[in-house]
Design a protein. Structure first.
Length: 461
């Protein structure tokens, strides 16, 4: 039996689905009901939303079966959580999600994708390409794949396991993969690491854990190859032609879906088409192709996998695309991600006016990178800036969205609450291209915004 505390998280829900699919008695708790928890319930998993040990299913409370119960928690769960304390104080085996993921990855051929941004897109594309080409592959994803409509991909007798290697709370140091990918190492989670230098040290520790004879694939320019073990092969990737694997001759046709040539050691593939927009996704695709090639995939599978990749929900997801209005939803919540996302909008929809709605994620991240956020958001034509989504954090004195707002020179900027957002959009005359940005609960506003914009289009506004 397995009980998940924080079952609605994207990583935790994939784990819950996995054990449920194995036929294990699976249950869990989360603070709020979401579309993810609704899907878990629909799949037969008992999920409660009341922080009280009385909601724990009776089989998990039976003293005779306690030794057969595994309790898994996310570090986002506060130590004062009553269910967490009950399991801790009553002799249950309680482990972090990262520990459980390490157990699953380390006993097989793990493909672990790390990076402060890009890891969800790269790992999902790798898993999609492998599974659709007949490779026996399991995958635990940090987003919901559109091709599979799930954050979990399963196959019988899987030989490979694809996972995200999360740097938060040093979780990726539980992993000893056969293949590791590093997409980026921008400063983040400084509340955990204390400094950028210590964060980079943790990434290098992760790479040192790649199994002997394994492979490291890293974005060109990160310089991580200088600290790798001699028994590990390393290759760079990117859009720079000095990388071992790189994309060249990138074209953006009228449908917005990139076409490019791939150059790799001893081979070249021309006119590869990617099923999702954005130059940053071309770079992600190069990383995924490198892993696919080292896994034994042939050209046909690579071409088909790239072209029929539908993307990930909330990753540069185009919700409306008409001459009157474009609406995009994106998970970007780090300054580097914002720059890449806005640049992709400019490239995909050239010459159009872009309004961004941004919800900052975490007080600490806002405090640490307020200036960088301001610089990134200046690339927009108009900005609607929402209040900070705190997630696991308590408020910090003097830290609010005003920190970002005050550093911006942009004239067309508005501070507003999430509750007042629809009124702002309804009264806005120019909604040429609108993009929602953020990793918090801005996602619950996406469908209401979409419906409002469709109404405005219908009314000719």
């Amino acid at each position: 039996m397995v009980y998940f505390i924080g079952a609605g998280g994207i990583g935790m829900s994939a784990m819950a689905r996995y054990f449920n699919a194995l036929g294990k008695s699976t249950a869990g708790y989360d603070l709020t009901r979401t579309s993810l928890t609704d899907k878990l319930i629909a799949e037969g998993i008992d999920i409660s939303f009341n922080d009280d040990e009385k909601v724990i299913p009776p089989p998990f409370l039976d003293e005779n079966s306690r030794e057969s119960v595994l309790v898994v928690y996310t570090p986002a769960i506060p130590s004062k959580n009553k269910i967490f304390r009950f399991f801790r104080n009553n002799g249950y085996k309680v482990i972090k999600r990262s520990e459980l993921l390490g157990i699953l990855v380390n006993e097989g051929k793990g493909i672990a994708v790390a990076g402060t941004h890009g890891k969800t897109s790269v790992s999902t594309l790798i898993a999609h390409m492998l599974s659709q080409s007949g490779f026996k592959c399991n995958a635990f994803l940090g987003g919901v794949s559109k091709n599979h409509n799930s954050n979990l991909i399963l196959s019988d007798d899987a030989e490979l396991i694809v996972v995200e290697a999360d740097e938060y709370d040093r979780s990726f140091l539980q992993l000893f993969p056969s293949t590791a990918v590093i997409t980026s190492m921008d400063p983040d989670h400084l509340d955990i690491y204390g400094s950028y230098d210590f964060m980079k040290v943790a990434f290098m520790e992760f790479l040192q854990q790649v199994k002997p004879g394994g492979t490291v694939i890293y974005r060109y320019g990160l310089g991580v190859d200088r600290g790798l073990k001699r028994d590990v092969a390393s290759f760079s990737y990117g859009l720079d032609n000095r990388a071992d694997f790189f994309a060249g001759n990138i074209r953006i046709p009228c449908d917005g879906l990139p076409v490019f040539d791939l150059f790799a050691p001893d081979l070249e593939y021309e006119n590869l088409k990617l099923g999702v927009p954005g130059r940053f996704n071309v770079e992600n695709a190069v990383a995924a192709v490198a892993v696919a090639l080292f896994s034994g995939m042939k050209e046909k599978g690579i071409r088909e996998g790239l072209e029929n990749f539908s993307g990930i929900y909330r990753r540069f997801e185009i919700k409306i695309n008409t001459p009157e209005c474009v609406f995009i939803d994106d998970y970007a919540h780090h300054p580097a991600e914002l720059r890449a996302s806005i640049a992709a909008v400019r490239e995909t929809f050239p010459g159009r006016r872009i309004t961004g709605i941004f919800q900052p994620h975490l007080y600490t991240r806002t405090r640490d990178f307020a200036g960088e956020f301001a610089d990134s958001l200046e690339e927009l034509d108009d900005l609607i800036l929402l209040e900070i989504y705190p997630a696991r954090e308590e408020p910090l004195p003097g830290v609010s969205s005003e920190l970002i707002y005050s550093k911006m020179n942009m004239k067309n900027k508005i501070l507003c609450t999430r509750e007042g957002l629809l009124s702002i959009i309804a009264g806005k005359k120019n909604t040429d291209v609108l993009i929602t940005l953020g990793a918090g609960n801005i996602d619950v506003m996406v469908e209401p915004i979409r419906q409002l914009l469709l109404t405005k289009i219908k009314q000719g506004l």
